[in-house]
Design a protein around this ligand. Structure first.
Ligand code: DGY
Length: 438
């Protein structure tokens, strides 16, 4: 384990550009929002100061609306598409910063986990480090509030306690079967041509989304550009509009965590109250989608007006934030651990694949359609520890550490063979390992 932690630390150093850690050396040569948060959580075990710098870089790209964009572009990096020339946010979006350049969509709000880790680790260090963490929290508190407020308002205009996404990339689970039906309604029109970079980096295109999927991804970007990425105008033009339960569950957890942090650090009562109210609203929102017996949650397609029940990780959203009655919660935990999921007899390790291995849509090598993602395991393990299930949390951690023991720190893994897939040296895989071992 010490050796694995040392390799993880070495990897993060290798991907460090100074004030930002690229998500991966070749495939993702920029900063991704939820990657950066996990990276900061991992970095906190090595250096609280460096973890703070990572979040500062990300927050320096926050839009005036409060949105944290899903990509902050590294100035000189090439080899990624769609880059800033395609998004054109600095030119088209009134609320985007001119510098650094960013994308125009968002990603799951795991950032408070990093803040928590910064505070945790600083407590074990001397006074100077504690001061760095405190100063950071005081300085960024208003930005964290703006971020959460933007999600709770701009992305839940009807106050349903469910976050609306306008692009599958916002879920972080780009090509999950969760979004197949919603993407069927996205019919690409005329748009500038493009060349994908991702498939030349990942040699096997079968591990990445298809070209038809990419056309739709890019078309949605064009739709956003047509209204200058204006939150008020997006509902009228976007061909993809879904309520994401997994994102919403993370948000509920993050609001609750931030409320505790705020209380501990004497932040305004009104802020803490607001955070508690959002936590409650979104916990209920997630629970409201759950099946009456199994407790499995589902996304909702706002355009088709239909629930999207899938055998994917989305089902387990209530395990992250709570909100179910006890029988359904137990049923859902049994489903997670049982033979349709982590306990499937053909799986190498008892870890959650991104899609159930018994699902017809299961593809064990294809990105979010089957592979095991160490970072997702880490999120579940973190959430389970918070929910008062230390044994479940520890089991996920132990299994995941066995999976990544090869030291490749891949983006995702084949669930039956443990083959490393996608990008190697993925920063957040290393960061998750560091957090577990640190
Ligand atoms: C990619 O480029 O594959 C990312 O997931 C999009 O953000």
């Amino acid at each position: 384990p010490t050796q694995l932690a040392a390799r993880a630390a070495y990897l993060l150093k290798g991907n460090d550009l100074g004030a930002m850690t690229t998500a991966a050396p070749k495939l993702y040569p920029h900063m991704w929002s939820w990657d950066a948060a996990i990276v900061a959580a991992g970095l906190a075990s090595l250096s609280v100061e460096r973890a703070v710098r990572e979040l500062d870089t990300l927050l320096s790209a926050q839009w005036s609306t409060g949105m944290i964009p899903h990509i902050v572009f590294a100035p000189a990096a090439t080899g990624y598409f769609p880059g800033p020339e395609r998004w054109e946010t600095a030119r088209l979006a009134a609320s985007a910063p001119k510098k650094p350049e960013t994308s125009g969509i968002t990603q799951p709000p795991v950032h408070v986990i990093a803040v928590q880790r910064i505070l945790d680790h600083s407590r074990r260090r001397g006074k100077t480090v504690r001061g760095v963490a405190e100063e950071f929290l005081n300085r960024r508190w208003p930005d964290l509030m703006r971020w959460h407020r933007w999600l709770a308002t701009a992305r839940d205009q009807g106050q349903h306690g469910l976050i609306t996404l306008y692009h599958g990339w916002e879920s972080g689970m780009d090509n999950s079967p969760r979004w197949d039906a919603a993407y069927e309604n996205v019919v690409p029109g005329r748009m500038p041509g493009y060349v994908r970079e991702d498939i030349s980096v990942v040699g096997d295109p079968g591990q990445r989304p298809t070209n038809a999927e990419y056309d739709r991804y890019l078309w949605l970007v064009e739709q956003m550009k047509s209204v200058g990425y204006d939150d008020e105008k997006l509902p009228a033009v976007m061909g993809f509009q879904v309520q994401d339960v997994f994102f919403s569950a993370i948000f509920a957890m993050a609001c609750e965590m931030l409320a505790y942090i705020g209380e501990d650090h004497a932040k305004p009562h009104a802020d803490v109250r607001e955070l508690r109210a959002w936590a409650e609203l979104f916990r209920s929102g997630v629970a409201s989608t759950a099946h009456h017996r199994s407790g499995a949650a589902s996304d909702f397609d706002l355009i088709a007006g239909q629930r999207i029940p899938t055998d994917t990780l989305a089902m387990f959203a209530p395990l992250i934030c709570g909100g179910l009655d006890r029988p359904r919660e137990m049923a859902l935990a049994r489903l997670f651990e049982g033979s349709r999921w982590c306990g499937h007899p053909d799986l190498l390790y008892a870890l959650p694949p991104s899609t159930s291995p018994v699902s017809k849509q299961y593809r064990p090598k294809e990105y979010w359609r089957g592979p095991v993602w160490p970072v997702i395991t880490w999120i579940f393990s973190f959430a389970f520890a918070r929910r008062g299930w230390p044994e479940r949390a520890a089991q996920l951690k132990d299994e995941a550490l066995r999976l990544v023991a090869d030291g490749k720190f891949a983006e995702y893994y084949e669930p039956h063979t443990g083959e490393a897939l996608g990008s190697m040296q993925q920063s957040w895989t290393a960061a998750a390992v560091l957090d577990w071992l640190g």
